[in-house]
Write a protein that binds this ligand. Structure first.
Ligand code: SF4
Length: 227
């Protein structure tokens, strides 16, 4: 499989945020979200076998723990990435899969926690969510909306309500988008949607979602990769 990087850090944006985690970041994405902070994954990387990936994961986290398979869009390499997730599970790792929601998810092993985006209008990729993926979601999974505006918030609120997401998954996350050129300050000034404003809307509407902040952008300089 084509890999951009494998590194150990803290999980940043789900109910697993704050936990130590090894990230296996696959190369390539078929979407082009306007606020994407992972454009460096679109090309390049290096070919690694399943054994080579497992060796590196085990070197970084010999005691087991959490592994996040991410990208880019990891499910573009479904033929390689599904056996990788099966192997990680077999070796006792907890596995998270971060995916755009555009690729089919039916072949993802049931024990994997799927963290699935539903792209909102301001991303420029609205409407790409594959509706049949709703049937693959379980109580261990999480749905994430990255929001850049009031229009995005209203879309997320309505989609959550219409498809009764809170009854399908472990968590529905509303997360303010970050400016992709953010650097320097490690605070909310880089958010395209002020978290305070988002919190006010969520409280006023009684939305059954969780406000999520990208933890790593507040710990390290937002421009730093591989953290
Ligand atoms: S799906 Fe993810 S990696 Fe792909 S363009 Fe959107 S934010 Fe970037």
């Amino acid at each position: 499989m084509q890999i951009t990087e494998i590194y150990k850090s803290l999980q940043g944006e789900s109910t697993y945020a704050g936990l130590p985690c090894v990230f296996v970041r696959l190369t390539g994405c078929n979407l082009r979200c306007s606020w994407c902070d992972s454009e460096y994954t679109f090309q390049g990387g290096r070919k690694m076998s399943l054994e080579e990936v497992m060796k590196e994961v085990s070197r970084l986290s010999p005691q087991g723990g959490l592994v996040e398979v991410t990208g880019g869009e990891p499910m573009l390499q479904e033929r390689e990435v599904v056996p990788l997730m099966e192997r990680l599970l077999a070796e006792g790792y907890g596995v998270l899969l971060e995916t755009s929601g555009e690729r089919p998810l039916a072949t993802v092993p049931a024990e994997v926690v799927k963290i699935v985006d539903v792209k909102c209008p301001d991303s420029g990729e609205g409407g790409t969510f594959r509706m049949e993926n709703l049937q693959t979601l379980t109580k261990r999974d999480e749905i994430k909306f990255v929001l850049a505006s009031r229009a995005d918030y209203e879309f997320a609120r309505e989609f959550t309500h219409k498809h009764q997401l809170c009854d399908r998954v472990n968590a529905v996350l509303f997360s303010p988008a970050f400016r992709k050129d953010a650097t320097g300050a490690r605070d909310a000034s880089h958010c395209l949607l002020d978290p305070q404003q988002l919190a006010a809307w969520m409280i006023a509407d009684g939305v059954r979602a969780r406000l999520g902040l990208q933890l790593h952008k507040f710990i390290w300089d937002p421009a730093v990769k591989g953290v």
